[in-house]
Design a binder for this molecule. Sequence first.
Ligand code: F6P
Length: 323
Amino acid sequence: IRKIAVFTSGGDAPGMNAAIRAVTRAAIVNKLKVTGIRRGYQGMIEGDFVALRSSDVSGILQLGGTMLQTARSDEFRTAAGREQAYQQLKKAEIDAVVVIGGDGSFTGALVMSQEYNIPFIGIPATIDNDMYGTDYTIGYETALNSVVEAVDKIRDTARSHGRIFFVEVMGREAGLLALTSGIACGAEVILIPESNEQHIELEKFLHKGYKKKETSGIIMVAEGDEAGGAMKIAEKVRNEHPDLDVRVSILGHIQRGGSPTAKDRVNATRMGVAAIEALLDDQKSMMIGITNEKIVHVPFNKAVKLNHSIDNNLLDIHKLMNR
Ligand code: F6P
């Protein structure tokens, strides 16, 4: 291979820039030319390409978001869209591609590499940390810290007013961000899609709160929880416990922004370098992961199986703290 492309796709995550920088510099050191594709698969279809030199990725390591921008492309889901994307890659003489994103991005890469002879290597970047085969995805750690910072502030006002706050956290169908941030903030109850017994814990807590009016509380709600989000749960609780002072806070996209933490920067750099090494080693359709602090290679078809398991130990620890 002589020339590679790199792009970011799906929801952005802090640390994506660190990964772009690492891919670019590792490729250049190995005498490869680098093209950045803007706006994910949509930019690939439209040929929105930019040549990347080492100096072009200078000063981005500490920045949130992605300098190449990102998109969720409906057109790429069609065979005609992928054909056009392939023609654009061919025209630009691109021999291999590094995709930085989550499961939707890797599914797209897998389909395209089955249809056309072009190797793809993936770097997992999503605040949801829901990829199979890796302990870690870029952005998760930064998002976790952002949630903790926000909830600590909410705790101050909750305590002052004796209120119960339902705090909604992102994560799509995964509850890990809600679970770990809930433990870090000492949440009284954590509602996650992976365990419905937490709703019983909520009832117990509300009963206690109803008796002692001064009780405040933080209920973390994963957006994917079966009960349908913080607003809905809070409404139900208001109806059933009219004496409780209930508020809702949906943290939203502040969880996706901000300067990446040191861990996100270091791991993004490790995975960026590993992606180039994998390409030079003739690997394809592989996600780079980190398991037990070591770099691993996970085939795309395994990585995209949504990781619905949760560490029960974490849940037990949370319960123990609130007994
Ligand atoms: O996958 C990352 C994520 O932030 C999810 O946690 C969330 O459900 C989704 O993206 C939101 O997507 P959008 O920014 O397109 O609204």
